[in-house]
Design a protein around this ligand. Structure first.
Ligand code: BJW
Length: 245
């Protein structure tokens, strides 16, 4: 194991509070496409056609077809070694929080408990009229677009561009970031706000910020350490040091 990875493991051993921010790259090794980059969803689809409230208002059927396709892909996927390593990390570190931008539910499926889902969850639907939220795991959907018993359209319970994140979720995420001794940002391009602010906030409050990503991102120049590689390889390595007496 290289010395930078080993050093992060040792630093985590001494930390009281560890916060991890994850993005689509953490689920890439489970076969779920990321958004940006050469293989990303935004190469093939336009966010303004599929991931905005205006797009849903214009063509709910198209938006739901895309989400139905993604639900089918996610339903076939399993958590990978990165998800599992984070579950173990939570069990070892005295104060741990996992903040994810992912809507695929794989962290929860792996067993993460102290989890803040910033952008919602693809397995929940929200009634446009009543604002009630329900779990729905039907794959594929029998009727597109799905409707509530009240007759109104249901929408995916996710956060689209131009929509605010839930206040409670956002407050929780910033609070844990502010109290972190070590902050890991894993598998995110760190382009989407407000999530991308979290590593900067943590660093400003004195956290040691580590980025795990095969490529450089918007925040690489500002982190304390960039471990260049796949989350599914590096997180288990870090965990192996953290678990040693
Ligand atoms: C690996 C790997 C491996 C690969 N291991 N790594 C300030 C400045 C500028 C703009 C804004 C601003 N504030 C707000 C905005 C607008 C906008 C925004 O940020 N735009 C930017 C893109 C410019 N933000 C918003 O609109 C947000 N809302 C908001 O701020 O509201 C304010 C408001 C207040 C009051 C009233 C009204 C409004 C909402 C953002 C919602 C984002 N939604 C999406 C879709 C969610 C639903 C869905 O999935 O369908 O969230 S967009 C998409 O991007 C998704 C992701 O969660 C998010 C982040 O993407 P992520 O996870 O970083 O993925 P990628 O693909 O970008 O990166 C993957 C990385 O993994 C890469 O770096 C790879 O190298 C790496 N990788 N394999 C480790 N094996």
């Amino acid at each position: 194991m290289d010395s930078a990875t080993a050093a992060i493991g040792e630093r985590l051993k001494r930390a009281r509070s560890v916060v991890v921010l994850t993005g689509a790259g953490v689920s890439a090794e489970s076969g779920i496409p990321t958004f940006r980059g050469p293989e990303g969803l935004w190469q093939q689809y336009k966010p303004e056609d599929l991931a905005t409230p205006e797009a849903f208002q214009r063509d709910p059927r198209l938006v739901w077809q895309w989400y139905d396709w993604r639900r089918q892909k996610i339903a076939r996927a399993s958590p990978n070694p990165a998800h599992h390593a984070l579950v173990q990390m939570e069990r070892i570190v005295p104060e741990f929080a996992l903040v994810t931008q992912n809507i695929d539910g794989l962290h929860r499926l792996a067993g993460s408990q102290r989890l803040i889902e910033l952008h919602g969850c693809i397995w929940r639907m929200r009634c446009q009229a009543e604002k009630t939220v329900r779990e729905n795991r039907e794959v594929p959907l029998r009727i597109i677009p799905p409707r509530c018993d009240c007759g109104s359209l249901l929408r995916p319970d996710v956060v689209w561009f131009g929509e605010p994140l839930s206040v409670e979720t956002q407050v929780q995420a910033f609070a844990v970031a502010e109290s972190a001794d070590v902050f890991l940002t894993v598998g995110t391009s760190a382009l989407v706000q407000p999530a991308a602010l979290l590593p900067a906030v943590a660093r400003e409050r004195g956290a040691f910020v580590v980025e795990i990503n095969p490529t450089s991102t918007a925040i690489t120049p500002f982190v304390d350490s960039h471990l260049q590689g796949q989350a599914g390889i590096l997180l288990p390595k870090i965990l192996s040091i953290l678990s040693k007496d």
